[in-house]
Write a protein that binds this ligand. Structure first.
Ligand code: NI
Length: 259
């Protein structure tokens, strides 16, 4: 496959899944038409690793630092200060990922809400957009976003998996919706309908590598190059040209993350 001008807005290249092959995977993405990627922190350590990756691949890898709802129980004042120090590093373009995950409930829900609010406030202070993870917690996510003034902060609902109503509320609050490999899965008709009706100027694409690998590689480890399959599927379901989808999603990524 050979694409051009793609931006993968959500990867976890710091994860151990890529050890020993990281460089080749980045080369493959670059040669296959992925112009830039955004590496997303999920705890303090992966946020530190994100900064290291950016230093190693400046102008190719950008990053977000933050604490995933799974790790929300660990977020205290000291960690928040360290996240803040990382957030002002060159190439860090957003805070996250942050949010609520009531599907796994790996951290108590009160901790998740507290950590989500604390990071939204930090993002507001630093004037950076946010990368939001929300699973089985749509109503609570929207409520917190509204109360914390997301409209002035800006951000993206990463790997959007909510229903049409949530999509509309998120769009009303000025958020972008990012779609990944799930839109290529046979059972995802409702999600495809949402992706088809999202305004082109609010769409982002991502892989969430190493997870959520699109067809035709479903079941294998995901990598940034495969964002091209997400773009192809989006073009198909929206009845737009591939070039149009790639160009618009890349423009949107540049606008949101100021890259
Ligand atoms: Ni992620």
């Amino acid at each position: 496959m050979q694409w051009k001008g793609l931006i993968d807005t959500h990867v976890h290249l710091d994860f151990g899944h890529f050890d020993g092959e990281r460089e080749q995977i980045i080369e493959r993405a670059r040669n296959g038409g992925v112009e830039k990627v955004i590496n997303i922190g999920s705890n303090l350590k992966s946020s530190q690793e994100t900064v290291k990756l950016i230093r190693r691949y400046p102008d190719y890898i950008f990053g977000a630092v933050g604490v995933h709802p799974h790790n929300a129980r660990d977020l205290n004042g000291d960690m928040l200060r360290k996240i803040k120090e990382l957030a002002i590093e060159e190439g860090i373009v957003a805070l996250g990922e942050m949010g609520l995950d009531f599907h796994y409930d790996n951290s108590p829900r009160d901790d998740q809400k507290r950590a989500f609010r604390a990071q939204l406030r930090l993002a507001r202070e630093l004037e950076k957009p946010v990368v939001i993870h929300s699973r089985s917690a749509e109503g609570e996510t929207i409520t917190i976003l509204r109360e914390e003034g997301i409209r002035e902060i800006g951000g993206v609902m990463h790997c959007f998996s909510g229903n049409q109503i949530t999509a509309e509320k998120a769009l009303e609050m000025g958020l972008y919706l990012a779609f990944g490999g799930v839109i290529t899965f046979p059972k995802a008709d409702e999600l495809r309908a949402i992706a088809a009706s999202t305004p082109l100027e609010r769409l982002l694409i991502e892989t969430d590598s190493p997870y959520l690998t699109p067809v035709p590689y479903r079941g294998k480890r995901n990598e940034p190059l495969y964002v091209g399959y997400v773009a192809e599927k989006l073009a198909e379901i929206r009845a737009e040209s591939l070039e149009e989808v790639i160009e618009a999603t890349a423009d949107n990524a540049r606008r949101l993350f100021r890259i």
